[in-house]
Design a protein around this ligand. Structure first.
Ligand code: ATP
Ligand code: MG
Length: 352
């Protein structure tokens, strides 16, 4: 008996994009959706030999854990705001481009919002202007720079150079690094730069103030618009440029448009509808033999209690529930299965 799932698995295994390098970013931008395959009924599954069934289940685990990005109200709102900020980037001359700060609690889809916007932008720029710049360099419309704990200015510039694959990333002196990073941004005609997890910078520390000034220099000198993504940026005094900063005097506060990403609530009818629409989108994606329409929305309140409306906790919960539904043979997401799942600590300790 032929086993189409082995081939599907070979071509569609779990993808690990390293967004912090140009190769990883380009792979992410070009990755299409995985090819769909029919959901089998329990009888059809019973007809499969053991290996084929095993591969079918593994293919479903990968499929179920990777729903398409849902156009949630939070995502739409943030994308519209970024569009507005990008509109001022059309100004000629060397006026400073604005930046946007996606500032929100963990697990609300900030990285997804930034990367999905940047992906569309990248595709559009390449379609319009081609893969090569006017000077004959490879065009990189977007740079995606994920930061890590305790970033110093030197490390930040190294991260930028690593994204561009510049060989001097680990060799150049501290003074040279910034100029090299700017050269990369210029020669690749980068127009959108995402700094993810900016909360790793302590804006109250000397290192952080140095980084904050450097980010302003990037904005002054380049033709790019910046998306700064982080948790609690306002509390960390990112907008005031560190302790003792007066917001009125802060250039960051004046140049940055703040966009918060809120958890889903069920406090009004329209909020509840948005939450239910999200559940419906995720439910439609699942490949389970005994799935019944509306099963997740019937558990809307319970799912909200478990996750506090954080999309990351919800996707975790559903991934794990699906895996149990498949391995147990239940083939549906039920209250009993959801109760068996342990998810992230924040959601578990907060849920009622
Ligand atoms: N619009 C969306 N549609 C589908 N899934 C989403 C969406 N937004 C987020 N997710 C899922 O939720 C999870 C967390 O999202 P993401 O990493 O974007 O959150 P985050 O706010 O950046 O989290 P952190 O604070 O940990 O960096 C991811 O697994 C992602 O697939
Ligand atoms: Mg993130």
């Amino acid at each position: 008996m032929s086993n189409p799932y082995a081939e599907w698995l070979r071509l569609n295994e779990t993808r690990l994009f390293n967004l912090g390098t140009k190769a990883g970013w380009i792979d992410f931008v070009n990755a299409g959706p995985r090819p769909d395959f029919p959901t089998l009924t329990p009888n059809q599954m019973a007809d499969l030999d053991a290996d084929t069934l095993d591969d079918y289940n593994q293919a479903r685990n990968i499929w179920n854990a990777n729903p398409a990005t849902v156009k949630t109200p939070q995502l739409k709102h943030a994308h519209e705001l970024i569009d507005q900020v990008m509109a001022s980037a059309h100004r000629d001359g060397n006026s400073v481009r604005g930046s946007i700060a996606l500032d929100a609690l963990p697990g609300l889809g900030k990285t997804t919002i930034a990367s999905s916007y940047a992906r569309q932008f990248d595709l559009r720029q390449r379609r319009r202007y081609g893969n090569t710049t006017t000077d004959g360099h490879p065009r990189l419309p977007v740079a995606f720079i994920p930061l890590s704990a305790g970033m110093t200015l030197k490390q930040l510039n190294q991260k930028v150079l690593r994204f561009y694959g510049h060989p001097a990333a680990s060799r150049a002196s501290k003074a040279e690094l910034g100029t090299l990073a700017m050269d990369c941004i210029h020669s690749a005609e980068t127009r959108l730069i995402v700094f993810d997890d900016l909360h790793f910078i302590n804006f109250n520390h000397r290192n952080g103030i140095e980084v904050s000034n450097h980010l302003k220099w990037f904005a002054n000198e380049s033709a790019a618009t910046f998306i700064h993504v982080g948790v609690g940026l306002a509390q960390r005094q990112y907008f005031e440029e560190g302790a003792g900063g007066d917001p009125a005097l802060s250039q960051t506060a004046r140049r940055t448009t703040s966009c918060s990403v809120v958890p889903f609530t069920r406090s009004t009818q329209s909020a509840e509808r948005a939450w239910n629409r999200l559940l419906t989108s995720f439910e439609a994606h699942l490949k389970l033999a005994r799935k019944t329409e509306g099963a997740l929305t019937a558990l809307s309140e319970y799912l909200h209690d478990r996750t506090q409306g954080h999309i990351a906790s919800l996707t975790n919960l559903l991934d794990r529930a699906c895996a149990i539904a498949i391995s147990s043979g239940d083939e549906a997401i039920t209250y009993e299965i959801l109760k068996k799942v342990t998810i992230d600590n924040a959601a578990e300790t907060t849920s009622k």
